[in-house]
Design a protein around this ligand. Structure first.
Ligand SMILES: [Zn+2]
Length: 314
């Protein structure tokens, strides 16, 4: 029996790679590097693109005002991970529109055979403000992102991943009004149908099950790359979903990411796409549980994330 995906039984250990692209620099520089890394290993992944304004520089405000976040920034060396230009967008530099500036890179990911989907419109605005947004505001944000995706690709997105894993019953309900194959908005546990009050929503949610590298880099127990590799190598039990960031694994941490991938390949790990996992789960629709979504905190991550399985998220 598989620990994370009780409805997805596989003899082979599997990791679905979910690539979140949060910033313009990450998309323009990190995605092409990741495409090379995946092509060299015949791995297919699922890319999620933030399509609206890159206001990452707003993070600077947090450095100045939040002691906890400053500590996290220093520990995870965010300036070297993300680059100073990205840190200034939306504050000292105007916020560029990612979809408009990076359309060629988005097409290149799709041409290389990867799945693609929507990672919100304004990444920083979404995870900072979701709980204070009206339902109309949520619909506007998703509407803008999906319209831009349609403009760039000529077809509607089939899946969506919430920026910063910020999701609640309202945002999941808004997404369920689109004909998506699945969402990937939450952390921890097996796929489920989210609940909005008494209602069970029709869109399958596939959580991220492993900690992310930008989190584990802030874990005091993992002091060097060897410790990071060992942690990820030992973490695959059955079928896992691993979120990486174009800004991190596609840039300053690409060599470490390649080592993690090669360790997994040596162990016989297979790399399905999220759409493949979704279709596999939906073939047994009656066995998929429905779960309410709540907020939780994870080691190494500033701010809260959504989970349907609080007992599995940490
Ligand atoms: Zn993101």
């Amino acid at each position: 029996m598989n620990s994370q995906f009780s409805i997805l039984n596989s003899q082979t250990p599997r990791v679905a790679l979910k690539v979140d692209c949060d910033t313009l620099e990450g998309t323009l520089e990190g995605v092409p590097r990741l495409l090379e890394i995946f092509a060299a290993r015949s791995i297919r992944a699922t890319f999620y693109f933030t399509l609206g304004p890159d206001r990452s520089g707003v993070a600077i405000r947090r450095v100045l005002t939040q002691r906890g976040f400053l500590a996290k920034m220093i520990r995870s060396r965010a300036p070297s991970l993300y680059g100073w230009r990205t840190m200034l967008y939306g504050t000292l530099l105007p916020a560029p529109r990612i979809g408009a500036r990076a359309a060629e890179v988005l097409h290149a990911a799709a041409r290389a055979g990867h799945d693609t989907g929507v990672h919100g419109w304004d990444h920083v605005g979404w995870h900072d403000r979701l709980t204070r947004m009206s339902r109309e505001g949520i619909a506007r944000e998703y509407g803008a992102a999906h319209a831009e995706y349609l403009r760039i690709f000529g077809v509607p997105a089939r899946s969506s991943a919430a920026p910063g894993w910020a999701a609640d019953a309202r945002s999941l309900e808004v997404e369920s009004e689109r004909s998506l194959l699945h969402t990937s908005d939450t952390r921890g546990g097996a796929p489920f149908f989210p609940k909005a009050g008494e209602r069970t929503l029709p869109t399958l949610e596939i959580p991220t099950t492993l900690p992310t590298l930008d989190e584990t880099l802030a874990w005091p127990s993992l002091r060097d790359d060897a410790a990071q590799r060992a942690r990820f190598r030992g973490a695959v039990r059955g079928t896992e979903v691993h979120t990486i960031h174009a800004e991190v694994e596609g840039r300053s941490k690409s060599a470490l990411f390649e080592q993690i991938l090669d360790d997994w390949r040596a162990d016989g790990v297979a790399f399905p796409t999220l759409a493949e996992l979704a279709r596999e789960a939906l073939a047994h629709r009656d066995r998929i549980p429905s779960r309410a979504v709540s907020w939780t905190r994870l080691p190494g991550r500033g701010g809260r994330v959504a989970t349907g399985w609080p007992e599995a998220a940490g």
